[in-house]
Design a protein around this ligand. Sequence first.
Ligand SMILES: Nc1ncnc2c1ncn2[C@@H]1O[C@H](COP(=O)(O)OP(=O)(O)OP(=O)(O)O)[C@@H](O)[C@H]1O
Length: 249
Amino acid sequence: MSLLSVRQLVKRYGGLVATDHFDFDVRAGELHAIIGPNGAGKSTLITQLAGEIKPDSGQIHFQDQDITRLRAEQRALLGLARSYQITSVFSEFTALQNVMLTIQAHQGHSFRFWTPALSQPALVTPAQEALERVGLGQYLHVRAADLAHGEQRQLELAMVLAGQPRLLLLDEPMAGMSQAESAKMTALLLDLKGQYGIVLVEHDMDAVFKLADRITVLVYGRSIACGSIAEIRANPEVRTAYLGDEADV
Ligand SMILES: Nc1ncnc2c1ncn2[C@@H]1O[C@H](COP(=O)(O)OP(=O)(O)OP(=O)(O)O)[C@@H](O)[C@H]1O
């Protein structure tokens, strides 16, 4: 059974079809990677799945509910979570405080009430657990600004996990990372895999080939192939359109 099911999704920008009759499924516990060249429409797609932009046509179902017209916050409350961008991390607050604020926001409170939030013991335990889950247990009281880039991305992931999602939408989690940081994030995602459905958009093919259960290849907004790593590597259309020599890695 599919956790997420996308049918005939279309998004146009003027004459450009950024998402072209796109069909896609994520099974419970599956890590489904979306790869494709620059400008293929990966970000446009993730943004529609998160509910931040509306498709022109097509349907998105999540856990058997039609969410096509739901706003991003409504989708988040159902358990569909997009990774936060670094800009939504409060750099002057500690890692623990950032996660606590996310939990409070998820519970429907406004960020206006952040001062009381930071002294609520009920928020500390789940926030601490989320940080330990992503390997930041020793940095609870370090300001976000003082964390390394890779650790800030781990913090974003902790903020997503704290909302107790069923499906994670991860848009280039390895972007800008050193090789060591990328290997650490890959290990972390391997550890999370199976417990959540994960949609992973990523250019780092080493990471994709280590993590993905299935891969969908997007070119000009269209899915040109969907299958296991072996099927995608062997697909001649994919090799021509995108992978080239990387298929032999
Ligand atoms: N707001 C917008 N207005 C007009 N065109 C847009 C808009 N957003 C994206 N596009 C166009 O839609 C196409 C898909 O862009 P998108 O950013 O989704 O691709 P991508 O696969 O995420 O690329 P990258 O790998 O470089 O991040 C591109 O041709 C882009 O120029």
